[in-house]
Design a protein around this ligand. Structure first.
Ligand SMILES: C[S@@+](CC[C@H](N)C(=O)[O-])C[C@H]1O[C@@H](n2cnc3c(N)ncnc32)[C@H](O)[C@@H]1O
Length: 408
């Protein structure tokens, strides 16, 4: 080492190859390494950049961006955004058990556990490039709406408890002006209240000068589960539309190989997951009763070659929506929590970023684990969308000389 120079000998050939492959076009390898070192120092990047295998596919430092994880649950957004090079700078989640999982999975002890409606965004939330939020869907979901109607309660934005959470997101947008918003909700959001809910969401976002893109995407292209969710991606016009329009596109995964349940099922699950004779009889009687009335409520019995229905947060109750025929067992069984994790796309490769060598561990009861998976977003879908967001950031905002984003 001399003055300001550092010469490194005996580098592993794989590391040299990695540097060659990952240096963004337009900057030198020397500059790229300097960026990585200063990112590590400035950002106190928690996961050692040089220890393997905790290396996101797009390394933080190649395109350093920060995101916040609101309504974080078990961190579907967190896995996905980390894997494309983002650093999470704030997480909010009030559920005690979701927090136990989130802390164990991501090693994060700083989750804000308050009711998000009570926090002072300007003071508490750090600056960030992407605001991520899969805001609670019960006020808009079909099941949530009919339950609320039957109890004579208000739904959607009129839901006193949860309806105003979207407004809280808008408060945070006003306080922090993140350049990008990345939101997720149930498909029904667009048709709820004859389209009025969706019109209001669009209006609120657009009047704040964001350009909005939305698409309903079925996760079955990535996991063996039908799970249609609406994804909303918004770009601040002031930051992005200065020189040219934003040509954002959602992923088009039609060519993905179809993943089936057999790809995620365990060969020897514990027998405790087999339905009792009493529960199986009850589910069959219930389905027959509804069939006689002409409606299709009932259980979903799957073979290994199927794609399942949507897993809901109530899966823990009886597992009815996704039952598995298990050879050699007299009754069908429900998914094990580990299978539920893979059905939701929480792959081992994400777990490795955070130092777990054998997948994410189960640190709560089966009941809580099923609830958490039924509530979460599929990180594989979020990751594919996030890659396209990164493309836009690179195209519009990357400083070619430093490899850094121009917005912060
Ligand atoms: C639909 S889930 C989002 C799940 C998340 N996207 C994931 O991947 O796991 C909504 C989450 O928001 C949390 N939540 C609801 N209301 C909240 C509030 N007022 N303050 C903080 N968190 C809240 C719930 O506990 C729940 O975990």
């Amino acid at each position: 080492m001399s003055n300001n120079n550092l010469h490194i000998r005996d580098l592993d050939p794989n590391d040299i190859m990695w540097i060659k492959q990952n240096t963004p076009s337009g900057i030198s390898q020397n500059q790229f390494l300097k960026n990585i070192i200063s990112s590590a120092r400035e950002e106190e990047f928690r996961y050692s950049l040089f220890s393997k295998p905790i290396v996101p596919s797009y390394l933080y430092g190649k395109l350093p961006f920060k995101f916040i994880d609101l309504f974080a649950g078990i961190g579907g957004f967190r896995c996905a955004l980390t894997s494309v090079g983002g650093k999470c700078v704030f997480s909010s989640e009030w559920d005690k058990y979701a927090n136990i999982t989130y802390k164990a999975w991501y090693g994060d002890n700083d989750v804000n556990t308050e009711d998000i409606r009570t926090i002072d965004a300007k003071r508490i939330i750090p600056d960030h490039d992407i605001l991520c939020a899969g805001f609670p869907c019960q006020p808009f979901s079909i099941a949530g709406v009919s339950k609320k109607k039957s109890l004579g309660r208000k739904h959607g934005f009129e839901d006193e408890e949860q309806g105003n959470l979207f407004e809280k997101i808008m408060d945070i947008v006003d306080a922090k002006r993140p350049p990008i918003l990345f939101l997720e909700n149930v498909k029904n959001l667009k048709s709820h209240d004859k389209g009025n809910t969706w019109r209001r969401i669009k209006l609120e976002i657009e009047k704040r000068n964001y350009i909005l893109f939305s698409q309903v995407i079925d996760a079955r292209n990535w996991v063996p589960q039908h799970r249609e969710r609406i994804f909303i991606v918004c770009f601040d016009r002031k930051t992005f539309c200065k020189k040219q329009p934003v040509n954002f596109e959602f992923p088009n995964p039609q060519n993905n190989e179809q993943i089936l349940l057999k790809n995620i099922l365990e060969t020897l699950p514990d027998e405790k997951y087999m339905l009792s004779d009493k529960l199986w009889q009850y589910l069959k009687d219930y389905a027959a009763k509804h069939k006689a009335k002409g409606n299709g409520f009932g259980f979903g019995l799957n073979t290994r070659n199927d794609v399942s229905r949507t897993m809901s947060a109530r899966y823990y109750k009886d597992g009815a929506e996704i039952l598995i025929h298990q050879d050699g067992w007299k009754n069908p069984r429900r998914l094990t929590p580990r299978e539920a994790m893979f059905l939701m796309g929480f792959q081992n490769r994400y777990a490795e970023f955070f130092g777990h060598n054998n997948g994410f561990p189960q640190v709560v009861s089966d009941t809580q684990a099923y609830k958490q998976f039924g509530n979460s977003v599929v990180p594989l879908v979020v990751e594919e969308i996030a890659k396209n967001i990164v493309e836009i950031m690179v195209h519009h905002l990357l400083d070619e000389n430093t490899g850094r984003l121009l917005v912060r």
